[in-house]
Write a protein that binds this ligand. Sequence first.
Ligand code: ADP
Length: 392
Amino acid sequence: MSDAIVVFNAGSTSLKFGAYAIDAPGTLTLISRGEVDGMQTDPRFKAKNAAGQTLAEHQWGQDQKINHRTAFQFVIAWLEKNIAGMKVIGAGHRVVLGGTRFESPVLIDAEALDYLDSLVVMEPSHQPYNVRGMRVLGEAFPGLPQVAVFDTSFHRTMPEVAQTYALPQKVRDAGGRHWGYHGISYDYISRQIPKVAPEARRVIVGHLGGGASMCAMRDGKSVETTMGFGGLTGLPMSTRSGDVPADLLLYLLRSKQFDDATLEQMLYKQSGLLGLSGVSEDMRELQESADPRASAAIDYFVYCMAKFVGAYTAVLGGLDALVFTAGIGENSVTVRERLCRALAWIGVRLDEKANQGNGPRISTADSRVSVWVIPTNEELMIAQHTLALVRP
Ligand code: ADP
């Protein structure tokens, strides 16, 4: 065994990790993945090997509460003790917002942490825990290099016009900007596309999971993306609304049907596929349901994607390839088929058999636009960026 990189994703009451051995320069192999969850209620640790088999479980006890520092210490101690010869030489963190300062992954120091802390007010659901995680890990293991990898960085290549909202300077200066998200996934996918479609310069990628977005890429760089300031807008998602007009939200506030807290709850947790169907937020369940509202929700999802593909084809000046990734993109034969059929006008021809088999290429040889299913791997992407900065 060998030196290792551990990737962390710190949430409000959970800490997910993935440990990668550095086998040869630049080669990372997944050794273990797991999490500590229920930190404030019933803390539990669970670790699995790369094949998904359980390696260890631990419970602190029902009435116990543990903090993130304890969780980090437990995970690193467990890895170094139980995986023979493993020495953790770097930690990579998934961090939502990198702001305007960080256009790529960065080695963390006190100043970087303070800057990332200043962005918490813009993204209160993940950013505070991501930043706190890096702080406590730094306190517990002062010599351990830490790298932050951001969801927003990949989109900083968007032209200024695409990063701008038509709002007063003061609002834009305060961070009112089209940030874009799912950037770690798009970064990973942008590196896979040349391996299968080296000629494709103008590409649209759909990251279709519980959260869903699309990204237009030119030569592997983001030029447009559907999520905007936060993770709410663009495509409808499992429970998030996607695009809704700001004046509708003003009306709901003005008429006192909602206050800011209930409005946020409605938009993030009760909308999207769940809100439309009233049946489920889960694409599998919607596909299996006989309820007409379930199929209407899928119709809406596909309609919105087709609309964005049209717009982004205009932005790119044409389209060479379309890529599906994440839970729905990698697995839903129906969603891919329906979107591809809606895009016949652009020269998309679906290979039905290949689509049934989840790709990788699901368009026919004569399709003007090639269509691909490429599984994403955000955790590996974070590990690779971490290794590159820890061992330049
Ligand atoms: P998250 O964003 O939470 O990581 P995932 O990328 O795992 O989510 O995607 C979850 C979505 O993928 C769910 O809507 C789920 O129904 C959908 N999904 C997973 N497998 C299939 C499948 N075989 N067919 C259709 N949808 C699927």
